[in-house]
Design a protein around this ligand. Structure first.
Ligand code: SAH
Length: 224
């Protein structure tokens, strides 16, 4: 039910549309109930432009301005599932997200992990994410403006680092800021991108596994 006094956005506040989106994500293979619950609880229509709100629960990426996109729900869920694997107590875990965009995935991750830091290099999107996230009141989520290639040293070390933008390789800062045993879930590659999981062992070495072909916006340097 919409809160008293709030617009109901043409039925988008109803849980039915969200349930259908989650059914689709499950059909595509994401089975972790924690992830599916998190996807059910975050109102994705609050993160897209009014003009696109009616499409907010389709399993598709949508433009958010500045040449960027809100990730496809399946991809957000898949990354969350891969990040959770091997973390005994996610509620006690710290996660860094590179590429806040409109803030949707950050909100999903904040349902799952104890502490979430999310960095964005475009000021306009960083500000927009802050606005989008305000009504959700997530005290365990911190937004940072800056170049995520350098990670966010102030919040390190992390149990997991996830990225929503693809570089040619993993930035060394991410590996440095990861706990031993921690994992990075990120798209890597230029023309052909792969979603990879990189696990850091006790000696600091990283073991990478390719998961599936994906298409993300590029990981850029500097801020804008
Ligand atoms: N997480 C978002 C996806 C946003 S798209 C979601 O919930 O849908 C990826 C974002 O990564 C873009 O906003 C882009 O500006 C940002 N990005 C690209 N390179 C970056 C970098 N080096 N540091 C931080 N953010 C970066």
């Amino acid at each position: 039910m919409p809160a008293p006094g709030s617009a109901d956005h043409g039925g988008l506040n109803s849980s039915r549309v969200r349930d259908r989106m989650v059914d689709r994500v499950r059909e595509l293979g994401v089975r972790d109930p924690r992830v599916l619950d998190a996807m059910r609880s975050v109102p994705r229509h609050l993160f897209v432009d009014e003009a696109l709100a009616s499409r907010a629960y389709e399993d598709t990426a949508l433009p958010i301005g500045h040449g960027q996109t809100i990730s496809q729900p399946y991809i957000v869920a898949r990354i969350a599932e891969l990040a959770l694997e091997g973390i005994a107590d996610p509620r006690a875990a710290r996660l860094l997200e590179v590429g806040t965009g409109c803030g949707y995935a950050a909100a999903v991750m904040a349902q799952l992990f104890g502490d979430v830091v999310s960095i964005e290099r475009l000021r306009a999107l960083h500000d927009r994410a802050r606005e989008n996230l305000r009504p959700l009141r997530l005290p365990n989520l911190r937004l940072v403006f800056g170049d995520g290639n350098r990670g966010v040293a102030a919040g390190a070390p992390y149990d997991a680092i996830v990225a929503a933008a693809a570089g040619d390789e993993l930035p060394p800062a991410w590996i440095e800021q990861l706990k031993p045993g921690g994992r990075i879930v990120a798209p890597v590659g230029a023309l052909h991108q792969q979603l990879i999981v990189a696990i850091k062992d006790a000696s600091g070495r990283v073991q990478k596994t390719g998961k599936e072909a994906v298409r993300f916006v590029p990981l850029r340097g500097g801020v804008g």
